[in-house]
Design a protein around this ligand. Structure first.
Ligand code: IPT
Length: 926
């Protein structure tokens, strides 16, 4: 077989819509016989009915064979894992042969074999007769089985090659995972339907020989091509109103759910149903940590539910059409969808785009075939608002071929493609990872012009979206709130899609989750595949919790005893929500009231709060679902806002009288605490054996620190190997320890002066003064103190401050002021690639059981059972092993997080510069 053909397939039936039908069908999923060969040069005698496959293995369909012990997965982002020499493929070409039988029920004649997805080149035989081949891994293929069907027993054989000329079109940033990974059916359905339904109630359809009925709307027997107008409730992602419809053909009846909606572009603004549409989206790859892209239905549903629960309203199906059931879920539960064609040729970028299939006429049919198969399959989904030609496929003439066909076939949906900034073939201007400043300029219509004035004028009249932004790799992304503020400020900006939904970590016995290189790949991109808002098991990461806050469809503004409730929904009012106002003093609830909020939002008077205990007093208003929704239960929180009612009281009037120090051997002691007389370092705190707090500038680099280049600078400077020189230890009312903290081989450093004052009330006060010396060229990771405690002494912490989750200067929007309790283990965020995590911000006090630390007024807190060095050295979760000490970091400041793994670094206002600083902490015994 010629795997190097440019032809996309042979023997295929015309593509048609994915439909639910009463036509009889056989489910051919299940256990197949399977054999893997290392090359494509294997005889195809296995396809003959009499072939003896007794010695073969078994493999489930759908699945990817590398996830079932045959070969191994491999990950590359941009690079092709074989030489770039289209249309040629390597000799090493894993080839999977599949066989199964099925029994044709009595009386059945004719039918089709339908494959929803196989990666990447597949041939199919029925009873020894070759029906044809297909490419386009994430697209369906149908073959007429009729002429070769036998009554009773039938033998189906499929050969799947991992590599073919079509592999050059499928260079998406993901695992290479061959196999029949979507459903296989034998169906007697042949119908095709294209329903047109707009928000103003116009309804018509294409489908020769069919009659359309929508009982709920009194429509019965509508003929194709006839348009009627009805009184309807439109479909939106916020109000996913669907109408059950049937189309009756002589041989079958198909069921559809019709949503009436209209997408348009008016004066450069993206509109749905005549109102501006703001996309709060995520990029979703199909992924399951055990099954790869063979995603179980329940997992698809969980994805949509989780998205909805986190105020996400849109999804881009990066970078291929998903399993068709996913789109049904988007219709049903409500998400705006950009459906993306299975096309990416990114690796040609590494060779100057020479030979790019996008511009090679020999690949034109293949590209058009992919576009047609996507549009035809998915055309009936109200959730789909745009077709995307593909991702990162450069520029070239074949884009026009795809776009021209799609425009003609479906003029109702705008076209999207990011890879050609001239927008010659698109209806929207789309970019990825543009900085805040550039997005702002585009919002103001002030972007730099294109060379071609005509194209420039066209583009300037287009809505703008970021099909990818805020790269959610590891800790972060930072800068979300600032993007959202821009999207909401400028009408031209239609929002965007976070990169990306899920970490593609594959369950692994040694590493827990594997990423690139863990299977010994010669070429790979390491943990760049671990860049999602949810961990591989779909536990939300802090990034998703923050995103939920930033995407809130309701916001609260406080002032003058009033809360202004602002309805940020595009298409609905607030009647499905209930509002609760809670007053807390030092994080303890003292009052709670329901608020009556008008349907459209507005000013609501806040209840008078009776005087009560003194202390810091906060009011929190929460909007929750008043009733169950299909994607969340009643009580699910949608939005919240907080305001400070009264600051902390005056507290104790100044520090207590100082307790005198005494000498005991080599130690300086006061109360239950002791200091080393030579180093001045605290060695005993209220009876606990400690390594006392000292200045620290290091953190385990985040992915953003690492890929963005800061880690390299920090290591070059030596911030991970600071030395501490003690210049003086002086006792008086206080113990004063003067030090200079600096890395070897540089004259940069910091003077750190610690002043310890033990109080007669048992407290221990610490003032630290920091004075940088020299010219510090770059931001520093952290400015704070590190100490260690016996692991057995500390198990959990209760704190009053922001929580419950982690927060850094440009993240943690979801962290609210309150009183929180967590075990040390629960404070950790289990990033698949370990890195800095778990910092709690604006902590007023933290109670560790054996003692309490208070700030003046606040500090940052991180506690772990491993050191920063151990954290920095770890590459997989199991590398982090609890030891016998707790490492406590009490911080003044952190460098922001940014999103420099892909996109802009930390915004200037969140950078941490070496600076003069003073810092006060107070320790109290339990
Ligand atoms: C961008 C890709 O479109 C996406 O698939 C993913 O690889 C992402 O980068 C990084 O995780 S392309 C990049 C060159 C901006």
């Amino acid at each position: 077989m010629d795997l190097e053909t440019f032809t996309p397939g042979s023997g295929l039936l015309e593509p048609r819509a994915a439909l639910s039908t009463d036509a009889p069908a056989l489910d051919l999923n299940g256990t197949w016989r399977f054999r893997l060969s290392p090359t494509a040069n294997v005889p195809d005698d296995f396809a003959q009915p009499g072939y003896d496959d007794a010695g073969w293995d078994e493999l489930p369909v759908p699945s990817h064979w590398p996830l079932h012990g045959h070969g191994a997965p491999a990950y590359t982002n941009v690079s092709f894992p074989f030489p770039v020499d289209p249309p040629h493929v390597p000799d090493e070409n894993p080839t999977g042969d599949y066989r199964r039988t099925f029994d044709l029920p009595e009386g059945w004649t004719g039918g089709r074999l339908r494959f929803e997805g196989a990666e990447s080149f597949a041939r199919v035989w029925l009873n020894g007769h070759e029906l044809g081949f297909w490419t386009g891994s994430r697209l369906p293929a149908e073959f007429d089985a009729g002429p070769w069907l036998r009554p009773g027993h039938n033998v189906l054989a499929v050969r799947v090659h991992q590599w073919s000329a079509a592999s050059y079109l499928e260079d998406q940033d993901m695992w290479w995972l061959p196999g029949i990974f979507r459903d296989v059916t034998f169906t007697r359905s042949a119908a095709d339907v294209f329903v047109h339904a707009s928000h103003d109630g116009r309804l018509s359809f294409e489908g020769a020989g069919g009659l359309l009925s929508v009982p709920e709307l009194g429509v019965a027997g509508l003929e194709p091509g006839v348009e009627i107008t009805l009184d309807v409730e439109p479909w939106t992602a916020e109000t996913p109103r669907l109408y059950d419809a049937v189309v009756t053909f002589p041989d079958e009846t198909v069921r559809l759910r019709v949503g009436f909606r209209t997408i348009s572009i008016v004066d450069g603004v993206l509109m749905a149903n005549g109102s501006p549409l703001l996309l709060k989206g995520v990029n979703r790859h199909e992924f399951h940590p055990e099954h790869g892209r063979a995603v179980p239905y329940e997992t698809m549903r969980a994805d949509v539910q989780l998205m909805k629960q986190h105020n996400v309203n849109a999804v881009r199906t990066s970078h291929y059409p998903p399993h068709p059931a996913f789109l049904d879920l988007c219709d049903e539960l409500g998400l705006w969808v950009i459906d993306e064609c299975d096309l990416e040729t990114h690796g040609f970028g590494q060779v100057g785009w020479r030979g790019n299939p996008t511009d090679d006429p020999r690949y034109a049919d293949a590209l058009l075939d992919r576009m047609r198969r996507m549009v035809e399959r998915d055309k009936n989904h109200p959730s789909i608002i745009m077709w995307s030609l593909g991702n990162e496929a450069g520029v070239g003439r074949n884009l026009a071929v795809m776009a021209d066909w799609a425009r003609e076939r479906d003029p109702s949906r705008p076209l999207h493609y990011e890879g050609d900034w001239s927008c010659a073939h698109t209806d929207v201007y789309s970019r990825m990872y543009a900085s805040h400043a550039e997005v702002e300029a585009i919002g103001r219509l002030a972007e730099g012009p294109l060379d071609d004035p005509e194209l420039d004028a066209r583009r300037r009249a287009m809505p703008f979206l970021q099909c990818e932004y805020a790269h959610a790799m590891g800790n972060g992304p930072g800068g979300l709130a600032e993007y959202q503020e821009l999207f909401e400020r400028y009408p031209r900006l239609a929002g965007g899609f976070i990169w990306e939904w899920i970490d593609h970590g594959i369950v692994h016995p040694e590493f827990e989750y594997a990423y690139g290189g863990d299977y010994g790949e010669a070429v790979h991109d390491s943990n760049f595949v671990i860049d999602g808002l949810v961990f591989p098991d779909r536990t939300p990461s802090p990034g998703l919790i923050d995103l939920k806050k930033v995407f809130e469809p309701v916001t609260f503004e406080f002032g003058g005893g009033v809360v202004r409730v602002v309805n940020g929904y595009d298409f609905r009012d607030l009647t499905h929500l209930e509002f609760l106002a809670t007053v807390e003093v030092e994080g303890e609830k003292v009052a709670e009231h329901r608020l009556e909020v008008p349907a459209g939002g507005g000013d609501v008077k806040l209840p008078d709060v009776p005087p009560g205990p003194s202390g810091e007093r906060w009011l929190t208003v929460r909007a929750r679902l008043a009733g169950d929704q299909p994607w969340a239960e009643a009580g699910h929180e949608i939005a919240w806002g907080q305001t400070l009612l009264s600051p902390p009281g005056p507290g104790t009037a100044g520090p207590p009288p100082a307790l005198a120090f005494a000498r005991e051997g080599g130690a300086i002691v006061a109360g239950g605490s002791a200091f080393d007389a030579t180093t001045g370092r605290l060695v005993r705190l209220f009876g606990l054996d400690v390594e006392g707090p000292r200045l620290d500038l290091w953190r385990a680099p985040t992915d953003n620190d690492r890929y963005g280049g800061l880690e390299g600078k920090w290591r070059a400077l030596g911030l991970h190997r600071l030395t501490h020189r003690v210049d003086a230890v002086e006792t008086g009312d206080s113990l004063t320890v003067r030090t200079r903290v600096a890395p070897a081989a540089t004259d940069l450093g910091m003077r750190a002066t610690y002043r310890w004052t033990p109080g007669t009330d048992g407290s221990l006060l610490l003032n630290v003064d920091i004075e940088p010396e020299g010219d510090w060229p770059d931001p520093i990771p952290r400015l704070g103190l590190t100490m260690t405690l016996p692991g057995t002494a500390v198990d959990r912490v209760t704190w009053f401050g922001r929580g419950p989750g982690e927060a850094y200067p440009d993240t943690g929007m979801a962290a609210r002021v309150g009183r929180w309790t967590k075990t040390i283990d629960e404070l950790q965020v289990p990033y698949v690639y370990p890195q800095e995590n778990g910092h709690r911000a604006d902590v007023r006090w933290a109670d560790f059981g054996a003692f309490t630390v208070s700030g003046d007024p606040v500090f940052g807190m991180t506690a772990r059972r491993w050191s920063v060095d151990e954290l920095a050295a770890a590459t997989h979760r199991p590398d982090l092993v609890a030891r016998d000490r707790v490492h406590l970091h009490l911080d003044l400041a952190h460098q922001g997080i940014g999103t420099a793994t892909c996109g802009p670094g930390t915004l200037p206002q969140y950078e941490l510069r070496a600076r003069t600083a003073s810092f006060t902490l107070r320790f109290d015994p339990a």
